[in-house]
Design a protein around this ligand. Sequence first.
Ligand code: ATP
Ligand code: MG
Ligand code: MG
Length: 551
Amino acid sequence: GEKTHRHFIRQAIDADLASGRFDGVRTRFPPEPNGYLHIGHAKSICLNFGLAQELGGTCNLRFDDTNPTKEDTEYVDSIQEDVRWLGFQWDNLHFASDYFDQLYQWAEKLVMEGHAYVCDLTAEQTREYRGTLTEPGRDSPGRSNTPEENLDLLRRMKAGEFPDGAKTLRAKIDMANPNINLRDPVMYRISHVPHHRTGDKWCIYPMYDWAHGQSDSIEKITFSICTLEFEHHRPLYDWYCEKLEIHHPRQIEFARLNITYTVMSKRKLLQLVQEKHVSGWDDPRMPTIVGLRRRGYTPESIRAFCADIGVAKFNSTIDVVRLENAVREHLNEVAPRRMAVLDPVKLTITNWADHGSPVEMMSAINNPGDESAGSREIPFSGSLWIERDDFKEEAPRKFFRLKKGGAVRLRAGYIVDCHDVVKDDDGNITEILCTYDPETKSGEDTSGRKVKGTIHWVSCDHASEVTVRNYDRLFSVENPDNVPEGKTFLDHINPDSLSTTKAYVEPALCEAKVGDRVQFERLGYYVVDPDSKDGEMVFNRIVGLRDTWAK
Ligand code: ATP
Ligand code: MG
Ligand code: MG
């Protein structure tokens, strides 16, 4: 449904458009290509692209690639794929590294105007000189260089005359400012590391704050939406734009998305991959977009989730159940129903010989909520698989599945009456013996009989055997980041987050292709995994039919 309440970012935009501060909405999504995107990024993507769509503006995809040591083209490619998969298309594709020349020219301008200087302090000294919340900082000796000295030193930094860390370029702002970000922040650092796009051209690289706002400005962004931790960087964002006298976007901060039973930082996700706690970035238990996709999440459900949680000014943690509900709701509408038996026991119809033919094709509707999904044929025979826990030899009165001496309807089939069981030497049930009632065929029932339960089944001779990967949450506690001394988030990995079983499925499922999503009736939603091979299909459990997570 359409939200009538406008969130605070939308209100700020409306106000700036009304006052004439900006003539339109131009946003951007600015990932650093140092990992795969996760569900937190999806929130930012939905927000930035969504606002542009809603308000007739534009949204750029910009790679914030200013830190060559951790960046890689693998990530550049995956990020583009993920944004498209989520259903968005950028107006322009940019790389912050394309602005390195412009940024450098601007740095020389600030140097010449006395707003920046070259500093000889080491990283450790710089930190120490910066002071604390209660103590003002101390001046670096470089602060008293002349503009000419600074320009010479900056050019020699750029030319590669100095080793890594020997010097920095710093903005000359205010060493006593209560906001520590304004105590002469570093603009450039020396790093003799090749860049994934500019190669060996540069050995000085811009710091985030020096690159980000100026990149926004070059692209004529109007609303630079970022997460809350940048709130205290906003005065610096504004300072650079003012001193350079360039187009000045408005930075607006919102709360990061955190989700229960999940870690969200790229560093931790990378660790899970590198230390092989998961099979890769696209492991179906990962909160990455590629992981969610492989798990069977739909782009629609992720967008619905992001719309549902909204945007806030304060950090909070969202219950993962809301994400699971989003995909459950969408798949309930669109996923075709199929029958699959995960923990099989044989059901034999002892009077099937009277039926006349060994197989009867049954018609089953594909989606009770969607007539246009049509129906399919399923072979029914005298030898079926049903779920082991759909039968009890002796059952309480309220057990509405099958029991000895009881009756149940087989979905899209007949009512069967159980008269006996066969057991092995250990007393385990190996076969359930029933009779079928010919008057009770689904859709053509003339018997007038009523039974309370309906169970699913597949015909033994017609079923295919497949592998099912039942996924559960990767962490066993709500907040895996909350750990006692000496422990890490890895100590909270759920050892039972994956269990693999064989299953028997109805023949129609053999036609399913990688990525197809279905509802296994009465069990949950499943997707065909890319590991599937001809005749060896693999299904991933996306989510159960209900929220059954035991707390
Ligand atoms: P991480 O800490 O996971 O590495 P990041 O913020 O460093 O994330 P970026 O690639 O810089 O990752 O993020 C690109 C954009 O996505 C930024 O605008 C950032 O604010 C936003 N973003 C990242 N994580 C989240 C989150 N959990 N919730 C909302 N937005 C996020
Ligand atoms: Mg970042
Ligand atoms: Mg990061």
